[in-house]
Write a protein that binds this ligand. Structure first.
Ligand SMILES: [Zn+2]
Length: 165
């Protein structure tokens, strides 16, 4: 038993995290450590978010691989959870999505236009999924550069025809 330096409660050692490999050696109890973590997060949200973004940007491949392994080994569970969630919340999800699209119509149109001009991977996937039976998430990445070339050819051909008129 020992006292937490923060909440002063007397608690058993397993109420404290290990420190330097020694079990129960932390000064503050697990409850206080958790609260302190939340408080730190709330006070430093922007800093933490920026750090998360940087990590994601620098480790994109690693994260993707990790996600893929997780998704492969939990496919059935994920599918069930997703469809259960959708079934239980479908009214809410559809209403939210409609409302979002209405509220952000201008921004969404601008975003799609910019993506189309820049031929981003996401845009190319969108085009491919519209013109095939694949869902956007199923479009294999090796098709993206090929489709991009095809779009460039199509757009160039259109420009030439427009110039001739
Ligand atoms: Zn405590």
């Amino acid at each position: 038993m020992k006292a937490c330096t923060r909440c002063k409660r007397i608690l058993s050692l397993d109420s404290f995290h290990a420190r330097n490999g020694k079990p129960g050696a932390a000064c503050q109890c697990k409850g206080c450590a958790k609260e302190r973590g939340f408080a730190y997060r709330a006070q430093n949200l922007e800093k933490i978010r920026a750090k998360d973004r940087k990590y994601i940007k620098q480790n994109r491949e690693k994260i993707r691989e990790r996600d893929r392994i997780y998704q492969d080994s939990h496919a059935e569970k994920i599918r069930t959870r997703r469809s259960n969630y959708y079934e239980a919340n479908s009214d809410k999800i559809i209403a939210n999505s409609k409302r979002y699209q209405l509220e952000h119509k201008g921004a969404l149109v601008a975003k799609r236009k910019a993506e189309s001009e820049q031929m981003t991977d996401s845009y190319i996937k969108h085009v491919l999924s519209n013109r095939t039976t694949l869902r956007k998430s199923q479009v294999p990445s090796e098709l993206i550069p090929i489709k991009r070339l095809q779009l460039i050819i199509g757009r160039r051909a259109k420009e030439i025809l427009d110039e001739e008129c």
